[in-house]
Ligand binder design. Structure first.
Ligand code: FE2
Length: 368
């Protein structure tokens, strides 16, 4: 069979398809990291001294999360580590951690200002909700995970495996919970290899994809329910994934169109795959840890947690558009030529102009 194969009929007609397993760095399982800390890069003293001096200088200038701009945070000693981290940990393996940010030395506001500015050293941080928030506060608001228009990070519930919008998601741990709250990652590439081996007949629907609910956060140029977005998409040489089961479910509920039995079977299989202990790798984020995931190759989740009212679990979340992170098909990222928006831009602020009308000045290393 030719490679890549492009079906001429069926639900995913015209979409190139990969028919052979991927066996590069992105194909890992839980066993790959057992007893290994290869996925952690520990900041050295000279990095910490440089970060400390930079934060104090920005604080003296009165710069805050809302006012810090690309170029304000200069970290020449750390930059080579960040570049290696992007080139290998994020672009190839798909996830990694930078450990040792001295979070207790600073106020929460200073940590937020630093984390967002660090994002400008890696790419272009993007908006996380319709209010245009630069950082998401991953902390419980006591909300019900299953209610419509509630986002999982505002609850203490287990989060099913999913991808976030934007190219890369970063988490900075300020406080961990009293118990639970393990952070888990799974390789979408190893999941794809399982599909090829176990259920290649599911590829038609997985390449066609499913509609997504924008959960009431659509802006003036967006529909509230997306067109179908492929679960797997192949733009040679890169295979990518997008999968958020909860948003697919609520899209169908809002449309009043239940999944067909075939669609539910495929999605239940994906859910079962994501829960295989042999595939997913779990870790506890300690204060000062910064975990980053490539949203096109890695799905992430979190176990349910309990928290201490005095010291609630608190993580800061960053979404970053990173130049050249992957070759991406327009339908995977929901690219809209009329507005210039795609999933890479995160969730647009309600009052922001369309991306095509905005200057793209916040991008490290030039245009994205
Ligand atoms: Fe997420």
């Amino acid at each position: 069979m030719p490679h890549p194969f492009t079906p001429s009929s069926g639900p995913s007609a015209g979409q190139p398809r990969r028919l052979t397993p991927l066996n590069d760095e992105s194909n890992w399982t839980a066993k790959t990291f057992s007893g290994s800390n290869d996925w952690i890069r520990v900041l050295e003293l000279h990095h910490i001294e440089e970060i400390d001096a930079a934060i104090r200088q920005l604080a003296e200038r009165g710069i805050t999360l809302d006012t810090v701009r690309a170029g304000d945070l200069r970290l020449p000693r750390l930059q080579p580590l960040l570049q290696e981290f992007l080139d290998f940990d994020i672009s190839q393996r798909g996830f990694g951690m930078i450990r040792g940010f001295p979070v207790r030395r600073y106020t929460v506001e200073q940590c937020a200002m630093f984390f967002w500015a660090l994002g400008t050293c890696m790419g272009k941080p993007v908006s996380q909700n319709a209010d245009g928030d630069r950082l998401g506060a991953v902390r419980s608001k006591g909300l019900d995970f299953h209610a419509l228009n509630v986002r999982g990070y505002q609850t203490t519930a287990r989060l099913p495996f999913h991808c976030d919008p934007s190219d890369v998601v970063g988490l900075l741990c300020i406080n961990k919970g009293k118990s639970g709250g393990l952070s888990s990652v799974i390789s979408g590439i190893s999941m794809y290899n399982c599909v090829l081996a176990e259920h290649p007949e599911y590829l038609d629907l997985l390449y066609r994809g499913f509609r997504y609910d924008r959960r009431g956060e659509e802006t003036f140029y967006q529909k509230s329910i997306s067109d179908p977005v492929p679960v797997f998409s192949y733009t040679e040489p890169d295979l990518s994934i997008r999968y958020v089961r909860q948003s697919m479910e609520t899209a169908q509920r809002k449309l009043g169109q239940p999944f067909t039995p075939e669609e539910r079977e495929v999605l239940d299989y994906m859910e079962e795959l994501s829960q295989r202990e042999s595939l997913a790798y779990s870790m506890m984020l300690e204060p000062g840890d910064m975990q980053f995931c490539n949203n096109y190759t890695v799905l992430h989740s979190r176990t349910a947690y309990e928290e201490d009212a005095e010291h609630p679990r608190h993580l800061m979340r960053l979404w970053i558009k990173v130049p050249g992170v992957r070759k991406l098909a327009p339908d995977l990222i929901e690219y809209d030529p009329a507005s210039g928006w795609s999933r890479r831009e995160g969730i647009p602020a309600r009052d922001a102009p369309m991306p095509k009308d905005q200057p793209d000045e916040l991008v490290a290393g030039g245009t994205v």
